[in-house]
Ligand binder design. Structure first.
Ligand code: ADE
Length: 233
């Protein structure tokens, strides 16, 4: 069984996500546990933030509730620093890529820390966090959405979660190229037709058409990716 532990001050945001759709179905392979960081605070009103030393604007996530939540998991779950990965979604992190999702989909235990405020106390990063990932070059108000996005991308790569695992394997980025266009019934809609080749029954030709469509789209939309991989095609 794979275990994902999500530390957050907004447990409802995470639970509504994991109780829906494919993620909910993945519960037969993956055990999700939401840890409400506030319950590890010993301050009045379960406070988890404080002013920054050295001045500056914004509040900082205090270290104690996060360290205590971490200790709680180590003591009460079958976890040690050796069998677990601690992920912190952050705009300062390395940009999260398909390959990172693939690597994380092979991990048995992952802790996700959803950040808030101006930042988190650096000691959390130094002592607990193994990897920081940004989901893109923009800043969100908290780590819950990035965390859900990262989990969503990982979960679908865990064997047995998706009914059609092959479908994940032909996604955009699985082999660097963006995905080809897809069509379903009806054959003609408001005068817009599905390309004839898809009805030809000639699988070799159809595969070639798909590959050409992927190359064309990658060249147009992500020229920087195309430059790196064009010699493979
Ligand atoms: N938290 C706030 N913004 C973020 C981003 N772009 N990626 C990951 N975590 C974040």
């Amino acid at each position: 069984m794979i275990n994902y532990y999500i530390m957050t001050i907004f447990p409802d945001l995470i639970s509504s996500f994991i109780n829906h759709s494919i993620i909910a179905k993945s519960k037969k392979n993956i055990n999700f546990e939401i840890i409400d960081i506030r319950t590890f605070s010993d301050k009045p009103h379960f406070k988890t933030d404080d002013i920054p030393y050295g001045g500056g604007s914004g509040m900082i996530f205090k270290p104690e509730p996060v360290f205590r939540a971490f200790d709680y998991l180590l003591e009460n779950r079958d976890l040690s620093k050796n069998n677990l990965e601690f992920i912190f979604p952050s705009p300062d992190g390395k940009v999260f890529k398909h390959n990172d999702a693939l690597n994380l989909s092979k991990k048995e235990n992952i802790i996700f820390l959803c950040g808030h405020y101006k930042g988190i106390d650096q000691r959390i990063r130094d002592e607990l966090v193994d990897a920081e990932y940004s989901i893109g070059d923009y800043v969100l108000t908290g780590g819950e959405l990035p965390c859900c996005i990262i989990i969503d991308s990982i979960v679908r790569l865990v064997p047995g979660v998706l009914k059609n695992y092959d479908s994940a394997m032909t996604d955009s980025f699985y082999c660097d190229l963006l995905d080809n266009p897809h069509y379903t019934r009806p054959r003609e809609y408001r005068g817009f037709k599905v390309p004839e080749i898809l009805f030809s029954g000639n699988h070799r030709k159809i595969e070639k058409w798909k590959l050409e469509a992927r190359k064309k789209k990658t060249k147009e939309i992500r020229p920087e990716i195309w430059e790196k991989i064009k010699n493979n095609y």
